[in-house]
Design a protein around this ligand. Sequence first.
Ligand SMILES: O=CN(O)CCNC(=O)c1cccc(Cl)c1Cl
Ligand code: NI
Length: 187
Amino acid sequence: MITMDDIIREGHPTLRAVAKEVPIPPTAEDVELGKEMLQFLKNSQDPEKAEELQLRGGVGLAAPQLDVSKRIIAVHVPSVDPEKPESGISTVMYNPKVLSHSVQEACLGEGEGCLSVDREVPGYVVRAARITVSYFDAEGEKHKIRLKNYNAIVVQHEIDHINGIMFYDHIDEKNPLQLKDGVLVIE
Ligand SMILES: O=CN(O)CCNC(=O)c1cccc(Cl)c1Cl
Ligand code: NI
């Protein structure tokens, strides 16, 4: 079971490496890793489990954060609206790839955080508001999905990790809370 002890922190070189594509269909080992990554996210969002296991909450996780330099990410974003269950996303993506993205940009009003960063880094992380992503699932099936708003932001944060990019790389150091016109602020 993955706990905080398995998560490497900034300064570890694996966080700055470009991770390698995995064979498709994924190996049993890579399937198991994906399952454990998704379970970690669910545990981290369960108040009792998070307390018991001392987990920081997360909506996404990338294999490099576990010192595994492979292009595997997990996302578990609960739908905020029970009427629209499809508004959340819960899946493991093997070799995810952004095929296209909107010109429209967006950011989270409260900024971003990262389990590999043990400090608050204030500032807007401006990303594409909508993305089209292709990826393979645990069975080796190819998917092509369109994401927007919070789901799109989270998947971009994770795909950054497999490319050695940290969220604060996107923050304008001189004006971290400066916002260009037209950037959608997601609350
Ligand atoms: O790479 C994944 N993590 O570091 C897990 C912890 N961070 C989050 O859950 C998180 C928090 C805020 C905004 C975004 Cl986009 C994300 Cl992803
Ligand atoms: Ni992160």
